[in-house]
Unconditional design. Structure first.
Length: 179
């Protein structure tokens, strides 16, 4: 496999239900915090159970027209918790990336353009959430995971939703109401 198709990147990742979420952004932008917040949201029942894949550095590779993320060998099961330092937690060996969250994204807009909601990684097009600096990413990611896009707008599937939003959205995480 080429270097482009299998590489180590500075990012964090979790798997929420069967949805792998890759979290990218500059140092200090909150990647670890968002990963841990999503794990806690899974424990609280706001989203399906969420497990760490990797923090700070992960490996991504193209596999069968999908992107798979796995933890870096020396960092398996480790996550930085601000105020506590490096902590050990349960982790998944790999996950299929179905959503990329870009923190401190210069194109994070109130109503993002359709093209901003997609990105390429290892030669595969993936749904993307650009979050501008200064905005809390957790509510935006929870909304993406628990609500349906309006017909004609982008969805996590990366295409406009049909009239049957439930079917198009069901490829990721079924809509649910946080309690």
């Amino acid at each position: 496999m080429s270097k482009q198709a299998n590489r180590s990147i500075h990012a964090s990742a979790i798997v929420c239900g069967n949805t792998g979420i890759l979290i990218r952004g500059p140092s200090g932008s909150g990647k670890s915090q968002l990963a841990f917040d999503l794990i806690l949201a899974g424990r609280a029942g706001q989203v399906p159970p969420a497990t760490l894949v990797g923090d700070d550095r992960v490996h991504v590779e193209a596999r069968n027209n999908a992107v798979v993320v796995r933890p870096a060998d020396g960092l398996k099961g480790l996550i930085e918790i601000r105020g506590l330092g490096i902590r050990r937690c349960e982790f998944a060996g790999e996950a299929e990336v179905r959503l990329v969250v870009d923190l401190a994204a210069p194109d994070g807009e109130r109503l993002p353009a359709y093209d901003a909601l997609m990105t390429g990684l290892c030669g595969v097009r993936l749904p993307r959430l650009p979050v501008a600096a200064g905005y809390r990413p957790l509510p935006i990611v929870l909304a993406a995971l628990t609500t349906e896009a309006v017909s004609g707008t982008a969805s996590l599937a990366g295409q406009p939703l049909s009239d049957d939003c439930q079917q198009a959205f069901g490829n990721h995480i079924r809509p649910m109401i946080a309690t």
